[in-house]
Each structure stands twice: as structure tokens, then as C-alpha cells.
Design a binder for this molecule. Sequence first.
Ligand SMILES: [Zn+2]
Length: 255
Amino acid sequence: MSGIPLHGPGPDGPASAAGDEAACPRCGGTGFVIVVREGLEAARPCDCRRSRQDELRRRLASIPRRYRHCTLEGFFSRNPSHERALALARRVVQEFPGGRYGLLFTGPCGVGKTHLAAAVLRELVETRGARGLFTEFGRLLRRLQDTYDRGSETPSREVIDPVLLADVLVLDDLGATRTTPWVIETLGLILGERYDQDRLTLITTNLPLEAPPGEETLADRIGDRLASRLVEMCWVVPMEGEDFRRRVKSAAYRT
Ligand SMILES: [Zn+2]
């Protein structure tokens, strides 16, 4: 799960693996140091290799600058729905890589959904050696669309592979874009592959799973089949604003 080789550039653009830092004083940048054991010289990996791999994984995770500071400790809980969200986020980190469920954060703008998703991603990348990837769903679609527009029949492997293969994927703002059959098909491909391979997926969306008649739900936007798939893959984590009046409807979900 950890270590090299790592996947290619993330969907938000290539990350430069080459450091701009000066060569390591211990190994001169070769990544190996010579040690003498029982009179014999042997090469041993230098400690700087480890930190270079950590740094590479951090860059490939492509967490946007705005969310790069986000941690679980730094999440300010303002109501019971936040408490539950934080507890589930911690649980997913603790159980990694053995946990069965990802997280599906729902709720209005500004309640901290993306903060928590980014914080879980960051923690897994930085402390568990996970290959992680943050991607805003609309932007991912545009990048995929660009590669189709260049005349190819299948999505660019360079764009789609990191999304399919990451140990932990954040799909931010799902359902914000207009859905076409192609969008549904693409989302189905991503979720299906990740579900089959038991890979952790963290999703944020402004759309609720349940709503009074006349209000749009996630299933209205992405279809019943994919909405059900998400519920199979994830803990459903409704997050309310500060002045929420409705009780957290957790009874219908896993608690
Ligand atoms: Zn070194």
C-alpha cells in the first residue's frame, strides 16, 4: 500500500517530483550511504529517501492550497452533526487500510465538509503512507472531456488512472455539475472500480440524500443506481449549519 512506485501526475496537473532542494549532505543526492559492516562496505538507503517519498506523496495528493492546512484537530465542531462527522472521520483514519466504508459528507456550503475530507486525506497520506488524491469533481470532468476532445475514445489513462488507483480519493462537490449520460457513465466507472477494489473514497456534496418533495436530492442528480452505490461504499454524514433546526437523521443510515 505504501511506497514506490507511485502513480503519475494527478488530474489537477503534473506534480514535479524533482526537488528544488540542495543535494542531501549525507548521500550527496544519490539516495544511498556507504556503511561498513564487519569490515565490508555496503550501501544502505539514506534517510532522505524516506522524506523525498513523503514529499512526493504529498504533492501527488494535490490538496488545494485553500485546504492544505486542514486537520482533524483543527476542525471546530459546532453542533451534534459535526461531532458525529468528526468521530467518523477519526474512525476512518484509525481503521485504514482495513476499514470498509468511506465517507459521504452532505450539507450546505460552509459547514466543513471539504475541511474534514481534506483532513482525512492529509492524515492518511502523511502518517499512513497512503497514495491519496484530492479532486474537485467538475474539474476532473473537464480534464477528462479535454482528452476526449482530442479525439480519443477512452479517457486519458494519465487522468483517470490516479483517480481509480489512489488508496484514498476525495471527490469534492459531487453533483454540482450538470449531469449528462457521459457524466453518469464516468462516475459509474470511477465508483465501480473503486468499490470492486475496496479503495477508500471520500465524497462531499451539497445535495441531500433525502429531501421533502420538490427539493432535489443526490439521487435526482446522479441517478438511483449510483446514489445506492455510494451508500454501500460510505458512511453517510449529514452536516448541518450552525443554526440547524432539523434533527440529524441518522436513523436511516449506519450509525
Ligand atoms: Zn541522503
